[in-house]
Design a protein around this ligand. Structure first.
Ligand SMILES: Nc1ncnc2c1ncn2[C@@H]1O[C@H](COP(=O)(O)OP(=O)(O)OP(=O)(O)O)[C@@H](O)[C@H]1O
Ligand SMILES: [Mg+2]
Length: 504
């Protein structure tokens, strides 16, 4: 067997109150795409951060081509040929694409030693075109979409000519087409002899792109193997120690009376003439490709953005929210897509994050009835979502990516809404928790809550929704009832192949 490029032995990392990595082993060869698999909080991102010099290990050995290495910072790791695209975006929004890509490894003019911006811009242009990205290198990163930022980060990794490229959930913000482009590039990297460490919660991706895998559970090494000799079930067993029923929960809809009516809702440049009814106990799927305007529609319903046309009513009374507080007062809760930015206060404890929207209910004469009711409430919500953390007093920042998502779900679901809007609720969540979230959403619906579910995962929409509204570039292109639902029909509306537009 080929010798390993990177060999990790007995690696341990202890954070206050938590053993994030416990005697971990990992061996990656050149020319291989290696999947790192494990539940939320298993230790994957921590391992990545140690390999790239962000964290220092508590103990253990890391060898690159047989030589022990130890990095004090990310630049040293870069120089040794290890680069990562981290789970959280790590770019500078106020700088241009070129400046971000060449941060830390500027090109200088050979004679004058001055920064050669012309060369860097030109190289950036080439990198972007390799990725089939239509972005001007001078664009400020803050003006890019989430997906574009991700692709730029990947371009940056490519510009560094690394030997080991690590991708921590790189596809979570990408559309189908962009994922294809990414996979094409991953294959090119592998064929040119580089090693790729690939982290994903999506089994379809692991089976499509990865050759080999290593599984972690609770910070411990569980096992490794060849992807093509393993089944999804084998890997899930290793991940969580049992199999998981990935079937969508059976739920019989008892669609009640109309609760929300939307008529001709429009917002310049985002969406136009959106009309639908939403009933108690119903799960309305909202499908579309990235850029279809789904998030913009629900932001307007939740009072974050203002509509400039159309009308809404809740329970027959006019509804014209000026801000999210208005929406919450009328019984709406929204779990946003960009949870890191919009859903959490990272430097606040889990307790405070979860109880935030409930403060008025937990207050008595203006004071939070400290301790008991808040604590009981938070623990109930947290346990329901199986949040894994050292305790509820720790800052949200210290949680793994998937566990941060669970905190946001716990926070909004606890508000006991009449209308629950979920924007990509299972993105970045492991298989077991995903099944739990699906079950929970169905339970809410059977209690009479009206649910709007945005998802880019076709199986999720088809498995969960009673009715699906499909959008394409800001326009509603179709409504499909559960009995007529098929992946093919949804996709045809999403790419607008179907001419006639139906209304609810
Ligand atoms: N800076 C930190 N301080 C304290 N604890 C931390 C810190 N970073 C991570 N942890 C803890 O270490 C454990 C492993 O987290 P890690 O982010 O590596 O998980 P992960 O496998 O990447 O999960 P996910 O799939 O959710 O992204 C978690 O329990 C997390 O709370
Ligand atoms: Mg992670």
């Amino acid at each position: 067997m080929q010798k390993a490029l990177l060999e990790v032995q007995n690696l341990t990392k202890i954070f206050p109150g938590i053993r994030a990595l416990d005697d971990v082993h990992l061996s990656i060869r050149s020319g291989e795409v290696h999947a790192l698999i494990g539940e939320n909080g298993a230790g994957k991102s921590t391992l990545v951060k140690i390999l790239t010099g962000v964290y220092f290990p508590t103990s253990g050995v890391i060898e690159l081509e047989g030589k022990p290495i130890s990095f004090k910072n990310a630049i040293e790791a870069q120089e040794a040929g290890i680069v990562a695209i981290h789970q959280e975006a790590s770019m500078f929004p106020e700088l241009s694409v070129t400046e971000n890509i060449y941060m830390g490894h500027h090109i200088r003019n050979e004679k004058t030693r001055k920064l050669d911006w012309k060369a860097m811009t030109e190289h950036t242009r080439v990198l972007l075109s390799q990725m089939k990205l239509d972005i001007n290198p001078d664009t400020l990163v803050k003006n890019l979409s989430v997906a574009q930022r991700h692709m730029v980060e990947i371009s940056k990794a490519l510009s560094l000519d690394a030997r080991l490229v690590i991708m921590d959930e790189p596809t979570s913000a990408l559309t189908g087409r962009e994922v294809e482009d990414l996979f094409r590039i991953v294959r090119e990297l592998r064929d040119s002899g580089k090693a790729i460490l690939f982290i994903s919660h999506k089994f379809a991706e692991i089976f499509e792109i990865c050759d080999y895998f290593t599984v972690l559970r609770d910070g411990q090494y569980i096992g490794e193997g060849e992807v093509r000799k393993s089944s999804e079930d084998d890997i899930i067993q290793m991940m969580i120690g049992r199999s998981v029923d990935q079937m969508y929960p059976e739920h019989t809809t008892h669609t009640g009376e109309k609760i929300l009516e939307v008529r001709g809702l429009s917002q310049l440049g985002a969406f136009k003439d959106i009309s639908f009814d939403l009933h108690r106990g119903e799960i309305l799927g909202l499908f579309g490709l990235v850029g279809a305007g789904r998030t913009e529609v629900v932001r307007t319903i939740f009072g974050i953005d203002k509509a400039d046309g159309g009308s809404m009513s809740i329970e027959g009374k006019p509804y014209n929210p000026r801000n999210p507080q208005d929406a919450m007062r009328r019984g709406i809760a929204l779990v946003p897509e960009d949870r890191q930015k919009q859903g959490l206060v990272l430097q606040m404890s889990l307790t405070h994050n979860i109880s935030l929207p409930m403060l008025t209910k937990l207050c008595w004469k203006g004071l939070v009835t400290k301790g008991k009711s808040e604590k009981t409430y938070v623990e109930k919500q947290g346990n329901e979502m199986e949040i894994k953390a050292a305790g509820y007093h720790v800052d949200a920042e210290t949680l793994s990516g998937g566990n941060q998502q669970k905190v946001v779900l716990a926070k909004w679901i606890g508000t006991d809404p009449k209308i629950l809007i979920l924007d990509e609720p299972t993105k970045g969540i492991d298989v077991a928790t995903k099944a739990a979230v699906h079950e929970f959403v169905c339970e809410m619906a059977s209690r009479g809550v009206a649910v709007i579910l945005i998802s880019s995962e076709l199986p999720e929409v088809i498995g969960m929704a009673d009715r699906v509204m499909v959008m394409h570039e800001g326009i509603q292109t179709g409504f499909i009832d559960r009995k007529d639902l098929s992946a093919e029909l949804v996709m045809r509306y999403a790419i607008k192949e179907v001419k006639e537009v139906t209304h609810a």
